[in-house]
Design a protein around this ligand. Structure first.
Ligand code: PMV
Length: 343
């Protein structure tokens, strides 16, 4: 039996960061996290699966054969085979296209893994193994097994992953959609300033593992839990000052954890700090409510309300662009989640 499926799934940017896994289980987070789902940065995956043929995986990225992705995909299929055994019984042709440039330094694991997970769920539902009601939740479980943060890409405009007493229905196994936010946060802008487009020196898998014996681990997990409660209230009230305080602290904490692990490492570059300083100086000088967050890399996510779009873009052009590699940045904003495509 041949299946031809296509899904587009977005990237996401965590505001409260997932950094560190539980010791037991597969890809269970040590603390809960919340993210903006992005609109522009996404992966579109076309999957052709021929069930019954010998197991084999062929992958292309932007029309180019990319065998280096195969081990990660095979590991993913091995992890999900207890949920859907059919995944080991067939031949895969996977064609992925990213809306953002491959060499941009933007991680494609969240969008890529969630797009693939959605395609697999679609096959499962065609086979009568998954009903509509559980479709996205199961897609989030599968995505999580591919890459932790991918669990959150399945939902928009915001998404919460990890059990937290104040987020009803939250779970370590899958993410849930979150939209109890003031309207200002539903179309928030995120311009990704591409400071360094090269490969990261330390992968997030290695980084997560280093948190296990980290001297600050317990305090960090408690802090994240507290920050989740506080950001929940900031979202509801539309309190941007509180939002900024929490989000910037989370970004710097993430990188402090890297700098204080054993072995220690730094993913920020001098221009990461130049951008942070420029944003802080701007906030001091003019009364703007603009801030930043960081991923596990050198790029900066510059966050601002959509009503400030014009002035924020002017600020990027005049002051921030100079710190980006070849002046490159990507305008993005909060989005609504994945979309089924025609094959
Ligand atoms: O999903 P992973 O294993 O690539 O980890 C992502 C970790 C951060 O991006 C740094 C934080 C997060 O919550 O997305």
């Amino acid at each position: 039996m041949e299946y031809k499926i296509a899904w587009a799934s977005p990237s996401n940017i965590a505001l409260i960061k997932y950094w560190g896994k539980k010791k037991d289980g597969v890809q269970l987070p040590a603390n809960s996290s919340i993210s903006f789902t992005l609109d522009y940065c996404k992966t579109t995956t076309h999957l052709r699966f021929v069930e019954g043929e010998e197991f084999a995986v062929k992958v292309s990225l932007d029309q180019i054969d990319t065998p280096s992705f195969i081990p990660k995909i095979e590991q993913f299929l091995n992890r999900i085979k207890s949920i859907f055994p059919f995944v080991m019984n067939g031949n895969y042709e996977i064609n992925t296209i990213n809306s953002f440039p491959h060499s941009s330094g933007i991680a494609s694991s969240a969008s890529g893994m969630s797009a693939l997970a959605l395609c697999i769920c679609e096959i499962a539902s065609k086979k009568g193994l998954l009903d509509t009601k559980n479709f996205f939740q199961t897609a989030s479980v599968l995505s999580r097994l591919g890459s932790g943060s991918a669990s959150r890409s399945v939902f928009g405009p915001l998404s919460v992953w990890g059990e937290h007493p104040e987020f009803e229905g939250s779970s370590d196994d899958y993410a849930i959609p979150y939209s109890e936010v003031s309207s200002i946060f539903k179309n928030y802008c995120d311009t990704i300033l591409l400071v360094h487009k090269g490969q990261k020196t330390v992968s997030s898998t290695v980084g997560h593992n280093l948190v296990e014996d980290h001297p600050f681990a317990v305090a960090r997990f408690q802090q994240a839990t507290r920050n989740m409660s506080e950001i929940k209230s900031a979202f509801k009230l539309g309190d941007i000052d509180e939002f900024i305080r929490i989000v910037e602290s989370e970004a710097l904490t993430l990188h402090s954890l890297m700098m204080s692990s054993n072995p220690y490492f730094i993913l920020m570059k001098p221009n990461t700090l130049n951008i942070i300083e420029a944003i802080w100086a701007k906030r001091q000088k003019d009364v703007v409510k603009w801030c930043f967050t960081l991923d596990a890399g050198a790029n900066v996510h510059f966050l601002y309300p959509s009503e400030d779009r014009e002035t924020a873009i002017q600020f990027i052009e005049e002051e921030l662009k100079q710190y980006c590699e070849n002046g490159a940045f990507i305008h993005d904003a909060v989005g609504s989640g994945p979309e089924k495509m025609t094959y």
